[in-house]
Design a protein around this ligand. Structure first.
Ligand code: FES
Ligand SMILES: [Fe+2]
Length: 424
């Protein structure tokens, strides 16, 4: 469970929030924008960016009707240009915004260092974004995943962010469960294999993450070492978020040191031109210099990493597959063979479905059953157990085959199809 912090006029700022976040607590900070009078600036700067990226009319409507409707006025193909323009507008705001937020919310924290470029995140409904898959992918090559595409479960520390960093993830428009952030807090200390892309490796099993309903101005704070990611946007609202990464005291880079962090006290002073130096003056920067040079001259191809071979607990006899009922407790999904997994919905019911998620191949055997739905572990997308459909209408249904509980076994007939895969 996330810890809720509600800032009101008479709330005393809590001094050890950062320390607690660095020890694995996840905070939802509400009301900070009213108390600190900061949010209006974030809104007006975002609107300026939207005006530059999409014109006066869109900016006016976004400001008056809400950012969650942006996809009604901006074509999916224009979302990268819009995001670009908001990036440009927001970057100069970061020094003053963060300095004031931190001073008010974490008054005893050490010197603030922050990543020079904040992250602007527009996630339009997936069914609209899907047709732009290629252009959104190439945008992600420059800006990283999670800005206009869903980012799979990862730790920022796997992407070489500081190990003593926190994320402040601000809802600019409303964020709902179904289009927001996932934080796999139960897996905070888990030992995971990850791919060079920074995503969790194939074969890793995750526990159900926390998700959030946020009003504009609310913010989630979590350690860069939390496994987190994006929900595939399954609702008819655009979510607009701006997030910042920072450390208190110099950022610590246990692996490769290439992210640029500035000393907040030097920003907007005559010494601003030196603000990057303190974070760079560390052995980690020197140690990884040859790697940075090599990457600049000829970037190395990424290797795919597999944590473990896919789980296959089904035993085949006479064309049917058998799974001991004890191996699939209620709520669990287990891999049966390369094509199928079994999900235990209740004491008396189990279903067998296609194993790979039609979005981008997440293995349902590493997911979970929640509210009767088979949930993909990568972007927290639920598929109805009855119909095989997800709320994303452009994705294929998952196929279901005949499955029964007989005695102490689950018996699956892979040839008896009950729900066939098909796109609507
Ligand atoms: S929801 Fe993205 S891979 Fe399943
Ligand atoms: Fe991240």
């Amino acid at each position: 469970m996330a810890t809720e912090i509600q800032f009101g006029d008479d709330t005393q700022a809590n001094n050890n929030l950062v320390e607690r976040a660095l020890n694995g607590e996840v905070f939802v900070i509400r009301g900070a924008h009213d108390r600190f009078k900061l949010f209006d600036t974030l809104i007006s700067t975002s609107v300026d960016g939207i005006r530059k990226g999409a014109g006066d009319e869109v900016a006016r409507r976004a400001e008056t009707e809400g950012f969650q409707h942006i996809h009604d006025w901006v074509a999916p193909a224009d979302i990268p240009a819009l995001t670009d323009a908001v990036y440009e507008a927001i970057k100069p705001l970061a020094p003053a915004f963060l300095k004031q937020f931190v001073k008010e919310a974490f008054p005893t924290a050490e010197t603030l260092y922050y990543e020079e470029t904040p992250n602007v995140r527009f996630h339009i409904p997936y069914d609209l974004a899907r047709a732009q898959k290629d252009s959104f992918k190439s945008f992600s090559k420059n800006y990283g995943e999670g800005k206009i595409t869903a980012h799979g479960p990862h730790r920022d520390s796997w992407l070489d962010c500081p190990s003593n960093g926190v994320n402040l993830w601000f809802a600019v428009g409303p964020v709902r469960k179904g289009n927001g952030l996932t934080v796999y807090q139960s897996d905070y200390n888990g030992d995971f294999v990850y791919k060079e892309s920074g995503d969790i490796a194939e074969g890793e099993k995750l526990q159900r993450p926390m998700t959030f309903d946020l009003a504009p101005g609310d913010c989630v704070m979590f350690h860069t070492d939390q496994v987190h990611g994006s929900e595939l946007n399954r609702i008819n609202e655009t979510r607009f978020v701006i997030s910042f990464r920072m450390s208190f005291g110099k950022p610590v880079f246990p692996n490769r040191h290439f992210h640029k962090y500035v000393n907040a006290d030097m920003m907007e002073t005559p010494l601003e031109f030196l603000a990057r130096l303190p974070a760079m003056m560390q052995p980690s920067f020197v140690r990884t210099l040859p790697w940075r040079l090599r990457e600049r001259l000829s970037p190395s191809p990424k290797k795919e990493v597999i944590a473990a071979p896919p789980e296959e607990i089904g035993v085949e006899r006479d064309g049917k597959l058998y799974v001991p009922i004890k191996a699939a407790p209620v709520g669990a999904i287990r891999g049966v063979n390369p094509a199928l997994c079994v999900a235990r919905l209740s004491d008396n019911e189990a279903i067998a479905v296609t194993r790979r998620c039609p979005h981008s191949g997440g293995d349902f055997a590493n997911g979970w059953v929640h509210k009767g739905a088979i949930t993909c572990p990568w972007h927290n997308l639920p598929f109805d157990a009855e119909t095989g459909r997800s709320p994303c209408k452009t994705l294929a249904q998952i196929r279901r085959v005949k499955c029964e509980i007989i005695g102490d076994e689950i018996v699956i007939d892979p040839t008896a199809i009950e729900v066939a895969s098909q796109t609507s």
